[in-house]
Write a protein that binds this ligand. Sequence first.
Ligand code: FAD
Length: 255
Amino acid sequence: MIPQIAHITRVIQENRTVRTFELDTSLEAEPGQFLMLWLPGEAEKPISIMDPDPLTVTVSRVGPFSSALHRKQVGDPVGWRGPFGRPFTVQGSHLLLVAGGYGAAPLHFLARRACEAGIATTLAIGARTAEGLVLVERFRQIGCATVLATERGDAGHQGLVTEAVVNDLTRYDRVCACGPEPMLYAVARMCWEAGVPAQVSLERYMKCGFGICGQCAMGDKLVCRDGPVFDIEELRDNEDFARFTRNATGRRVPL
Ligand SMILES: Cc1cc2nc3c(=O)[nH]c(=O)nc-3n(C[C@H](O)[C@H](O)[C@H](O)COP(=O)(O)OP(=O)(O)OC[C@H]3O[C@@H](n4cnc5c(N)ncnc54)[C@H](O)[C@@H]3O)c2cc1C
């Protein structure tokens, strides 16, 4: 698939390290799907769809690619291929979304679809400090209730986001989560214990994005093609879940 080119129309500084980029294009996609974002002269990386219309992504500055994107300004070109991957299922009557870091991005798209479908939706978002609680106002604007948790205790519940929701879990008939894998494992464990169905969006190093290169193998699954969204039941016996990942050379290493 050859990348298409779009241009940046708006850049929003979410906090010191996270920016949201709106592009002058839209696409048909489902919540949880991702793009391979390409910066001409730089690399191509998987990035979640925060909103499909206009196409919007939220990117944390962590290394060379994301820093190069953060240097881009309104009018600059960006390439993209996609959408790729298996999306979240939009169903139920009361949905709990659990977000950590830029994991809030695909959950924002999911929240929009769920609210449009009349599903009561609660976002539980966790971060080390209040500054890391990104996109919260946007979730509120589309009609989500919010539960905040910070490890420092400068906003919401003091502690982990899973601790903030574990006692209320059976109020929800479905949980969807995206964020760091230890958080996703904690979500899966509490949902297994409470018998609440859940889906989690996983991250692995990806090169092609559609199942050719095998870089994102996780046990017997390819995260780009069989995921990134998995039912937690599919992960019960996956020995890589929250234990092993693959580095840029494809070597299986502890997470
Ligand atoms: C399905 C999916 C959706 C993602 N959505 C977002 C998003 O919405 N916003 C966001 O900020 N980031 C997202 N990421 C992560 C993003 O692809 C990379 O972390 C980021 O582009 C790192 O590139 P870098 O050169 O800035 O940093 P590097 O210094 O190269 O890497 C920093 C970290 O990112 C990981 N990484 C680097 N390259 C890749 C790659 N090709 N595939 C997967 N992980 C990589 C590394 O393992 C490392 O942990 C997503 C990843 C996946 C797999």
